[in-house]
Design a binder for this molecule. Structure first.
Ligand SMILES: Nc1ncnc2c1ncn2[C@@H]1O[C@H](COP(=O)(O)OP(=O)(O)OP(=O)(O)O)[C@@H](O)[C@H]1O
Ligand SMILES: [Mg+2]
Length: 150
């Protein structure tokens, strides 16, 4: 069984902190990581689509190689983006088990935690409030096999 875990949570909700406890056999992929490691940018909206396609490719390759992949990105908070991504996984990888881990953290707490991060890692209140509008935990039309809330 191929396993894909999607983290759902606002900036500051603790997704990346949660990933720090993983053993090295788990592949954690993030848009931030790809943007920095592959393209050398901390922020760059112009390459958003390119980074997204790279995330898709790397997820598929790792799942096909039977690795457990965890996606640590706010991109998948929106139900439309998440469903589209999960649909592509179901089409590209045999028998993939998709799990969501939801970080149900109050928006004001996310904003507070974000404000305490080092400046280069801060997302800012406006971005968090905008992402909150799209934040959706509904069972993605049967595409998710399991949902855990922490
Ligand atoms: N359970 C927690 N209690 C208190 N503070 C926490 C907790 N989890 C994470 N933090 C702190 O909150 C801040 C944001 O955490 P983290 O970077 O893991 O969020 P994130 O969800 O990955 O955000 P982003 O989407 O912006 O990458 C960090 O400074 C972290 O130390
Ligand atoms: Mg993070």
């Amino acid at each position: 069984m191929n396993e894909l875990t999607v983290l759902i949570g606002l900036p500051g909700s603790g997704k990346s902190t949660y990933c720090k406890n993983f053993t090295p056999d788990i592949i954690v992929l993030s848009t931030d990581g790809i943007r920095e490691e592959k393209f050398g940018y901390k922020f760059n909206e112009d390459i958003r689509a390119t980074v997204y396609h790279e995330l898709l490719d790397q997820t598929i390759i790792n799942l096909q190689n039977k690795r457990h992949v965890v996606l640590d990105t706010t991109y998948l908070n929106s139900e439309i983006s998440r469903n589209s991504f999960l649909q592509k996984m179901k089409e590209s990888v045999d028998r993939v088990y998709c799990k969501a881990v939801v970080f149900d953290i109050d928006i004001d707490e996310c904003i507070r935690r974000d404000s305490q991060r080092q400046k280069s890692r801060r997302v800012g209140e406006e971005v968090i409030r905008n992402l909150h509008k799209d934040f959706c935990i509904a069972n993605s039309e049967g595409l998710l096999n399991e949902i855990i809330t922490i």
